[in-house]
Every structure is written in structure tokens, then in C-alpha cells.
Write a protein that binds this ligand. Structure first.
Ligand code: SF4
Length: 360
């Protein structure tokens, strides 16, 4: 181990915050196992041998999108190819309801930016689910969607969040953060919320008592410096307005996107990113290895690189699979428990807010 790596290791031991230079150094290093070991130490300090999962139902209301981001394989035009669909509130309700018998504790509602559906449509979906199943937590709408609802309704972000909270929204997912570099956003997704907009939606949510998650989409056109800046901006927001529960690194899946020429991230990059996220984001409790995107084998290994959560046993998921995710669309609870046990950790079923439901 070289001197700089030793220095970073000492900082980790003493719980001293890593700097931007430290983060960049870690990315440039080939000592994957040393980085992993440091991240594992941090993980063990934060959550011990627990590895969390939850049982949820993803509901993707529509894939028709005004934004058509270059890295997205899910959004389509209304009249275009790619099987445009939009669920009515009844259909969304039925789709959610049919998963209730699986013992789900969360409805996870994330969609595209539909050109004509009014804000009332989204309110109705949440209200119906919540009124019928008040015991099931609703995690819904990325900051990009919330920002869009504000635009189409003429309300402020804070008003949109307040109304959604009143009808049953419990927390927000972390999607749409992509990477906080507005030159890249203008190039890849010019029609949706910019970096500061995304961060401000999460700030407002946290101030209103709505917990959220955060993500980073990596492995497209961004630089290592962009990634580290991204971590630092998340970390700063968490310092100022706490409310992030977990961070989820999302490797870019190029298949079926306008960036299909870009090479899929390597396992080394995925593991390094997981570990560096754990090390840089010292004020966020949980790091998720989202098995749908990483694949189950790599998600399992990621548990040795700082991850402490495998996310949900998802009954059906469409967004990542449009982009060529090769994983199953859902796995059952027994399988996810087995995966965690096999890695030597203790499987813990949690609810959306990380309350423990059962330790296996
Ligand atoms: S990433 Fe979201 S906003 Fe962009 S095209 Fe896909 S669904 Fe639409």
C-alpha cells in the first residue's frame, strides 16, 4: 500500500472526512482490494453485519415522455415505437393491489414525464393506493417528476410535495440525479431538471419531513471528477438539510439508448464506485447494491465493497429492463435471503424507512 493510500486509510480509521483529492486518488488507484477493505470497515461501523432488503412493488405508470434523454431506453413518444402505454388510475391501482398478497411493504411509483396527464392524475393514483392500503408505504416520484409536476401545475415544488404528502406519499426515490454537471445534462437530458433543481427538490422534501434516496448514473460521458463532485454535492446537501436514507450508484446500461456505442461499465468500475461512494458519503447511512442493474453475482460481491442493502424483491420492473438489464424482473424473498446469507451477512427485511421487520 502506498503512502497516500495509507493516509486515506488513516482518515477512514479516524472517521475524518475524505477530500475531493482523496476521492479522485481512489478512483485512479488499481488497489481495488484496499479500497474495498476501507469501504467494508465503514459499512461494518455503520450497519454491522446487517444487509437489508425490502419487499416492494414497482409501478411504472407510463413510458411516454417529453424528455427523451439520450441515456434512457424507457421513455418513448406517444405515437412512436417502443410500446407506449399509460395506466389509468384504476389500472395502476389494480397493478399495485395484485401484489399486496405477496407481503409487500412498499409501492414504488416512478414514471416518465407524460405530455398531457395533469398533476391531478398523479394525486389520484397516490390517494387511491394510500386510502385502500394505508399500511403500505408509498415511495413515489423522482425529483425530476416533482419538478415537472410543478411546471405543469403552476404550483411551487413545496406545494406539490405538500399535496402529495397529504394524500399519502411517504418518501421519495433517488432517481433523476444522473450526474451533477449541467454541461452534460444540457447535452444528454436538456428538457428536465438541472442539477440545482434536483438538489432543491430534495432539500424541500427533507425540510417537509419527507425522507429521500439519492443516486448517480455513471459510466456514460462523465469524468471521474464529475463523479466525485456529485458525491460532494450530495454530502453537502445532507449536511445542510438531512434526509437522505441511502445512495444508489446506477451503472449506465447503454443497450437501446442513443448512447448504445458506449461500453458497459466494468465490474472493477462498479465495485470501485460502490466502495468510493461508501467512503465519500460519510453522512448517508446506507449504500444500495441495486441487483437489477448490477446483476445478482456482482451485487453479492458489492456487499464486500461497502454496500449494505440489496433493495427490493421486486415483482416486476420495466425501466432498467428496457435498457437491457439481463436480470430477472423480480426475485422472491427466499432467494434474496439466501443470497445475503451466502455472502456471510445477516439478512434483514426492512420497511422503506429502515425500520426492521424481521432478522433472518
Ligand atoms: S430518464 Fe426519465 S425523463 Fe428521461 S427520457 Fe427516460 S423516463 Fe423520460
Amino acid at each position: 500500500m502506498d503512502r497516500k493510500m495509507q493516509e486515506i486509510g488513516d482518515k477512514v480509521q479516524q472517521n475524518i472526512r475524505l477530500s475531493k483529492e482523496d476521492g479522485i486518488y481512489l478512483y485512479q488507484s488499481n488497489d481495488l482490494l484496499a479500497i474495498g477493505e476501507m469501504a467494508r470497515t465503514r459499512k461494518l461501523e455503520k450497519t454491522g453485519r446487517y444487509v437489508y432488503f425490502n419487499v416492494n412493488r414497482h409501478i411504472n405508470l407510463t413510458n411516454i415522455c417529453v424528455s427523451r434523454c439520450k441515456f434512457c431506453a424507457f421513455g418513448v413518444d406517444e405515437d412512436g415505437t417502443g410500446g407506449p402505454y399509460v395506466m389509468s388510475p384504476d389500472e395502476a391501482f389494480e397493478f399495485g393491489a395484485e401484489a399486496v398478497d405477496y407481503g409487500i411493504t412498499e409501492f414504488h411509483v416512478v414514471s416518465a414525464l407524460h405530455p398531457t396527464k395533469p398533476f391531478d392524475y398523479y394525486i389520484e393514483v397516490i390517494r387511491r393506493l394510500h386510502d385502500t392500503y394505508p399500511h403500505i408505504h408509498i415511495q413515489a416520484f423522482t425529483a425530476v417528476e416533482i419538478f415537472y409536476f410543478a411546471q405543469i401545475s403552476g404550483l411551487s415544488v413545496r406545494e406539490v410535495l405538500t399535496i402529495l404528502k397529504e394524500v399519502g406519499l411517504g418518501s421519495m426515490p433517488g432517481g433523476g440525479a444522473e450526474v451533477f454537471n449541467d454541461d452534460i445534462r444540457r447535452e444528454l437530458c436538456p428538457r428536465k431538471a438541472m442539477s440545482e433543481d434536483w438538489l432543491e427538490v430534495h432539500r424541500s422534501a427533507h425540510e417537509l419531513g419527507i425522507k429521500t434516496n439519492c443516486t448517480m448514473l455513471y459510466g456514460h460521458v462523465e469524468s471521474i471528477e464529475d463523479r466525485i463532485n456529485h458525491f460532494i454535492r450530495l454530502r453537502e446537501l445532507e449536511d445542510q438539510a438531512p434526509g437522505f436514507q441511502s445512495f444508489i450508484p446506477l451503472p449506465f446500461l447503454p443497450e437501446n439508448t442513443k448512447l448504445s456505442h458506449v461500453r458497459r461499465t466494468s465490474a472493477i468500475d462498479d465495485l470501485k464506485t460502490m466502495a468510493i461512494a461508501r467512503l465519500m458519503l460519510d453522512n448517508i447511512d446506507h449504500i444500495k447494491a441495486f441487483w437489477i442493474m448490477l446483476g445478482i453475482p456482482l451485487a453479492q460481491i458489492a456487499l464486500e465493497f461497502g454496500a449494505d442493502d440489496l433493495d427490493g424483491t421486486i415483482v416486476e420492473e420495466r425501466i432498467m429492463h428496457s435498457a437491457g438489464a439481463q436480470t430477472e424482473k423480480g426475485i422472491d424473498k427466499t432467494s434474496i435471503i439466501e443470497l445475503i446469507r451466502e455472502s456471510g451477512y445477516t439478512p434483514v427485511e426492512r420497511d422503506t424507512l429502515y425500520n426492521i421487520i424481521e432478522i433472518f
